[in-house]
Design a protein around this ligand. Structure first.
Ligand code: UDP
Ligand code: MG
Length: 153
């Protein structure tokens, strides 16, 4: 089983789409193993978006992530990193495929509703960045036999 990070961004909170986003992951069969509201500091955002810090538009991305608190969510499932990333859709909401979160809910590159980890390596790093160890919960959902064949997990 893999674990991955989702951030429900201020664009979703302002538009009252938190429940919609959570519901999609729940209905898919991903297990919520951590969930909290938090304010993102300048330092945390510089680390989290290190690949964008040198871009001229970094400040507007950072400001956009600080308009409201965000919800950080840890999800678990077989191949969870790729499944969640695919469910998010490509970065630009206008190009993202219909059926994806961004494709259905966003008209923007920046205001694109969610962050999702892009690889298992980054998922592990990002979960550590947003969650303390005791904020991630291990529990066996009774529904597992109805989500997976017994040799899939
Ligand atoms: N972003 C933006 N303009 C760009 C590239 C990125 O506003 O040209 C924002 C957007 O909110 C995106 C985030 O910065 O989700 C992180 O960018 P990344 O390329 O990592 O995209 P993601 O992994 O979120 O699809
Ligand atoms: Mg990214």
């Amino acid at each position: 089983m893999q674990k991955t990070l989702v951030l429900i961004k201020p664009s979703a909170i302002q538009r009252s789409l938190v429940g919609e986003v959570v519901s999609r992951f729940e209905k898919k069969g991903l297990q919520i193993i951590g969930f909290k509201m938090m304010t993102l500091s300048d330092d945390l955002l510089k680390t989290h978006y290190a690949h964008l810090v040198e871009k001229p538009f970094f400040k507007r991305i950072k400001d956009s992530m600080q308009v409201t608190p965000v919800f950080a969510m840890a999800l678990k499932g077989v191949d969870a990193v790729e499944v969640v990333r695919k469910m998010s859709g490509t970065t630009n909401g206008r190009n993202a495929a219909p059926g994806t979160i961004r494709g259905d809910l966003s008209m923007s590159v920046q205001e694109n509703i969610v962050h999702t980890s892009d690889s298992p390596e980054n998922a592990a790093i990002e979960l550590d960045r947003f969650f303390n160890k005791d904020e991630i919960f291990e529990y066996e959902p009774l529904i597992f036999p109805h989500l997976y064949a017994n040799d899939e997990f």
